[in-house]
Design a protein around this ligand. Sequence first.
Ligand code: SAM
Length: 255
Amino acid sequence: MRATGLIHQIRNRLKARDTYTRPEYWDAKASEYSGRAISMWANPNLNQLYDREQKAMLDRYLPAKMEGLECLDAGCGMGRMSLHLAGKGAKVTAVDFSAQTIEAARQQSAHPNIDYRVGSLFELEAEDAYDAVFVWGVLTVACVDAKEVADVMGRLHRALRPGGHFFIMEPLHSMKGLIRVLDLDLGQFCEVMATQGWSIQTIQQLHFWPARLALAYTEVPGAVTSAVYHMGQRAMVALGSEGWGDYKFIHARPS
Ligand SMILES: C[S@@+](CC[C@H](N)C(=O)[O-])C[C@H]1O[C@@H](n2cnc3c(N)ncnc32)[C@H](O)[C@@H]1O
């Protein structure tokens, strides 16, 4: 299974359900790409801009210092969010079902506060173990339907300590061409969350999707990437972000 090249990306997207839900696809990415591109896009300049914007969004909800707090980064990929949390002093359990991605994260994103583990979302058994749980771009490639989302949402709810926080960032869409594997729009996704005891606190939209489509799959020069990205950001504001954000950031708490 090849992960690189635009043609392969398009082929993979056409059979997304049989591709992204398997660790073999992510293992192949780990051997064909390096750095953040292993678990993000092929364009490293876009990854840098997205990474910065996502962490800035998260920081509005996180304390500057997180010493003494325990976090779960479920579907951690190369551990960029784990590193961010560990840098604030949190202890992080970082889990991903791709053994090769975890190996690359151990080598390239090591931190004494991060414990990288190979494991699936569908096997999480922790109870009252974490103060905050993070799922970043994972559920929409891991889950095929509402039943699977409910299963994982229930596991994450049990893993969180009372009073804890849950942070999600996922590409949830009603437009077919933007759907990864999971065919649930934002409203349906939130309904499933509610059935598992989650109360939504905030929803925000990130990353203008037309700019993402134009930039993600190839190594566009940094200046072009930056110009198109910033035009996209301005377009989102001008158009009103509703429907134009590729990713939805959700902050939830146990109800
Ligand atoms: C798009 S990447 C996002 C990685 C990381 N959260 C980030 O934002 O950089 C999706 C990750 O989810 C992992 N993944 C997919 N399905 C999974 C599952 N069922 N259990 C655990 N990890 C899974 C993949 O291996 C991949 O590393």
